[in-house]
Write a protein of this length. Structure first.
Length: 307
């Protein structure tokens, strides 16, 4: 798709006024082009992509199998621009006929753009996930709990904790607890532990009660991360799980204090993660650790439920 540079520049300026931490807008990926016009003739556009995840893909644990994702380019248009583009998306879906089950429409938009929120809600989209960031200095070293680096020998322990988090998240967010979840998780976690991916266990009396599984990624020109985060080296918090019997005693807070210190030591400029606003634990815990929403991922399932 060849996108008018004016639309890209206008949207970058709008994003900067909404949230200075947002990266500059880049041309959207290739896909099915959707255009719409406001009553005054102002035009907006978007690129629609369809992705079908393979049955063995770990992505199916946090996503519908068939995903229709729209990347809007509204320029300086606000809620009115979003509204007409979503109407055009609805008409396009009538022609494309998405799967009636295990499908979703997804759109990612700056969390602080409250003006666009009304249009997204009116079209049936729900704010199921946010990308949240933290750039605070590392906290003091934690006390009162033993924390150690997870190794490949800890695979079954790490898997048990990760599955506990997945089961809970599937009740309150976009996660899907599929029958083959244990197999998919075991394979992914084994690879990460073997390659030395940063993961830590918190223990009480020698028994692991909490997990923080993380990674280090780089946001640089041309890669996907640069469309979501400012350039630099970032810590990514993929999964944090505290067993039910250990919750409410500060174990998760101490574990994350350790993880933040270690990720900072690895040269990161900040950390980011995904959490579900409907999750009554995550929505309280992560802001207390210094995280705040940067992007919101709006979703409706099945895809045909878009209004």
């Amino acid at each position: 798709m060849t996108v008018g540079q004016g639309l890209v520049e206008a949207q970058s300026a709008r994003f900067a006024s909404v949230d200075p931490l947002l990266p500059a807008v880049v041309a959207p990926p290739d896909g099915d082009v959707i255009t719409a016009a406001l009553p005054d003739g102002t035009r907006v556009a978007g690129v629609l992509q369809r992705q079908v995840h393979d049955r063995r893909s770990p992505a199916r644990l946090w996503s519908a199998t068939e995903v229709w994702e729209l990347t809007p380019l509204l320029g300086a248009a606000g809620a009115a621009g979003m509204d007409v583009l979503l109407r055009a998306w609805r008409k396009r879906l009538d022609l494309l006929r998405p799967a009636e089950r295990d499908s979703a429409c997804v759109l990612t938009w700056p969390s602080r753009d409250a003006e666009a929120t009304r249009a997204l809600l009116d079209h049936g989209l729900v704010p199921l996930t946010v990308i949240a960031v933290r750039q605070a200095p590392p906290p003091p070293a934690p006390t009162g709990v033993a924390i150690r680096r997870a190794t490949p020998a800890d695979l079954e322990t790490v898997l048990t904790l990760a599955l506990a988090e997945l089961r809970y998240s599937s009740m309150v967010g976009s996660t899907v607890h599929r029958p083959d979840a244990a197999e998919l998780k075991r394979r992914t976690l084994a690879e990460r532990l073997v390659t030395g991916g940063p993961a830590w266990l918190a223990e009480r009396d020698g028994i692991a009660v909490a997990l923080a599984e993380c990674a280090v990624v780089t946001s640089e020109p041309g890669n996907w991360t640069a469309t979501r985060l400012p350039h630099g080296r970032w810590g990514y918090v993929n999964c944090v799980s505290v067993l039910p019997g250990a919750r409410g005693a500060g174990v998760g807070r101490r574990l994350m204090a350790h993880a933040h210190r270690e990720l900072h030591r690895l040269g990161t400029v900040g950390t980011y993660l995904y959490y579900n606003p409907p999750n009554p634990l995550s929505s309280v815990f992560w802001p207390r650790q210094g995280y705040r929403p940067l992007w919101t991922m709006w979703e409706v399932r099945p895809a045909g439920a878009l209004r």
